[in-house]
Design a protein around this ligand. Sequence first.
Ligand code: NAD
Ligand code: TYD
Length: 352
Amino acid sequence: MILVTGSAGFIGSNFVLDWLAQSDEPVINLDALTYAGNLDNLVSLKNDARHIFVHGDIGNFQLVSQLLAEHQPRAVINFAAESHVDRSIHGPEDFIQTNIVGTFHLLEAVRAYYGQLGKEAQNNFRFLHVSTDEVYGSLAKDDPAFAETNRYEPNSPYSASKAASDHLVRAYHHTYGLPVLTTNCSNNYGPYHFPEKLIPLVIHNALGGKPLPIYGDGQQIRDWLYVKDHCSAIRRVLEAGTVGEVYNVGGWNEKANLDVVHTLCAILDELSPRTDGKPYKEQITYVKDRPGHDRRYAIDASKIERELGWKPAETFETGIKKTVKWYLDNQAWVKNVTSGAYQNWVGKQYKA
Ligand code: NAD
Ligand code: TYD
């Protein structure tokens, strides 16, 4: 049995779906169901006895302690977080609360649980913390990609709160001997991605005839990884990673935002052309830049490849096409998540 937190969100739900497609080891899924958590993502597991959903907060020490005592998991995988940079700029408090204070309470509950396990169960136990490359800050054009040894230089409230959580996880290993693993991954994309982030937002707006907003000059660079490759990396680190180590995970796919948006437009032109016959790229609109916008992220994923034999299965070209197809085939999912509170966010973030 494993305990997975935040698994009604984008990456967590992909992780649980993939996990149960490949193994019969049950999953307890703890999620607070914030705006980003969506049980529709897990509807295919509704009658699956291997999946136990618990609605709750990682910061609830009592609840987490009770779940650990009852189910005796051999691992905890922590996806739960506030994850959107722009929201962290509008309101950092939830980020401090969940990503820092929440992770602290979770670690406390896990430390108490781990302390009373027998020797063999202790040897087998792992706490895997899922983090981001954004903790390393921003690269200039010709800088080498982020290695695990790079300094932490977070620039947004989101990345600062993730950096703090990474430090707590590290400290619980060094101080209390908790067997932790940390992964720092680049930008993910794929099914169940909430349409506040660049790729799903652009697909959604394109199909809805709305502007495709490019922050600043659109030349900011991100490394993109198909979400299922991130999930396979996490499974591999859990299986074979060295306790206390950090693994950078990336797709070797550095792309400027404007190029990503042009690629999405071209795929949509082919798979779902506009009724007026014009190209989707006509909807591209330049909007004001994000404050403190990191210019470039790039991941050096050679450690995880060398030590654990992990490599991404998808290229950007194959992954992005699958992603667009998924959104075209799952318009009901998109409709559901973009009703209600989503409209308030779009109104606030993209007002002229
Ligand atoms: P997401 O925002 O889609 O999902 C987060 C999930 O966590 C939601 O289901 C939400 O309900 C849940 N949650 C939030 N606060 C909680 C709390 N206090 N207690 C319990 N559950 C809570 O995020 P995501 O994109 O799936 O990211 C998952 C993790 O991966 C995050 O830790 C993020 O920092 C990290 N990460 C994301 C990316 C990316 O590109 N999306 C890249 C690298 C790392
Ligand atoms: P995002 O998907 O929010 O991920 P992150 O900020 O964590 O990298 O944004 C990816 C890039 O796209 C980032 O450089 C900001 C940019 N962006 C836009 O240009 N327009 C948008 O509407 C959004 C949401 C993002």
